[in-house]
Design a protein around this ligand. Sequence first.
Ligand code: URP
Ligand code: ZN
Ligand code: ZN
Ligand code: ZN
Length: 472
Amino acid sequence: PSFDTIIRGGTVATAADTFACDIGIRDGLIAALGRDLGDADRVIDATGLLVLPGGIDSHVHFAQPSGPGIVMADGFESGTRSAAFGGNTTVLPFCVQQKGQTLREALKAYHAEAHGQCYVDVSFHLVIADPTDQVLGQELPALVEDGYTSFKVFMTYEGMALSDMEMLQVMSVARRTGALVMIHAENFDAIRFLVDKLEREGHVAPRYHAVSRPIPVEREATHRAISLAELVDVPIMIVHVSNGEAMEEIRRAQAKGLKVYGETCPQYLVLTEKDLEGLNMEGAKYVCSPPPRDKDSQEACWRGLETGVFSVFSSDHCPFRYDDPAGKLNPKSRTSFRWVPNGIPGVAARLPILFSEGVSKGRIDLNRFVALSATNHAKTYGLYPRKGTIAIGSDADIAIWDPERRRTLTHDLLKDGSDYTPYEGIEITGWPVVTMVRGRIVVQDGELVGEKGFGAYLAREKSPYAAPRREF
Ligand code: URP
Ligand code: ZN
Ligand code: ZN
Ligand code: ZN
């Protein structure tokens, strides 16, 4: 036979086009697009289905040390399994440097965690928590050349927050090396001030997490991050944008011609701060940073997706178990929201939510869905055109979707290591029925058929999106 697999009769969509065509796959690559491709060892009938580039989730957290006694609910096995169930073929988790640790030490630990465990392909962003002279001068530039072409910095969190001076230093390394800086934009001192004040007043329930990080905290940090990047003339990605005011900062920068990119996530489209008000400790299930806001913020985030201010839509999957002393309900969590681990699971729910709320409800078209779910992630982070599109020569990373399939989101559909989903009960129209990584089926009709360890580590290219404008 000419091909290992032919996907026949489907409607193919890329970020640009929608067309009826068959796909011939050979040696893990897309080898032909057309009609009457001949024979193959296996034919997948995609009649009535959509054939899309596999999802790329460029913002997930797996196996991250999360403080004394706290255990993240997903390592690389369950995290990449859940990703595959949600129609994803590549994920980009973070390799987090601890204070006092070198980047290479951190990478060694994460590679050891990931090795032989993954169902889908994986690449790492670095988190720079300790930008010593050695890190900035030697390690980071060398690691960019090795294929770690993006790094995240935090403007908040104890032990993670960088000063403005350190942010500028990291940005200038990124400019010099052609890497992309991702920024968690919240004002650390403002949060500390508000947390102390709320605790003194006895406001310690999970809902006060949202009160301690209101919109101005995020808007100010977003503005500051953009200003610092403008000083250095370096492209940046503002991650997990939760509201219209922070989004307007990004829009304004883009209108000035700055290479400032934005990301939003499902929690900012379908959750609100009201969810943090659940009975007893239920609100802890929704504690993440930035917190979900209100209906107006949801609408603003949709506008950001519709108009292109946000180029990527990621899950920020950061899973903890709820009913677990190593998770949300750890012994200290009842004494203050301060001790509730930040983050929620969502790697499998991301694309069904965007498809259903976005495409099925007519807010975005199918091509924008593909751009937001896959293509723009690949382009932004140096994986394109190997990943993120359906084109001859690209990896055969494909998600076949049934646009009519209805589901009610429940945790057991998502196959992650947590014990709940914050999206429980959401009605979905449109579901991924086959997830294929490099020509191999990983999930089919709700069954895991992939092989643990087939998921590969990807060294990444420098992205054209990260190239400075060279104005100076
Ligand atoms: O609350 C969140 N988002 N936790 C994950 C870590 C991060 O800041 O992305
Ligand atoms: Zn390995
Ligand atoms: Zn963050
Ligand atoms: Zn995150």
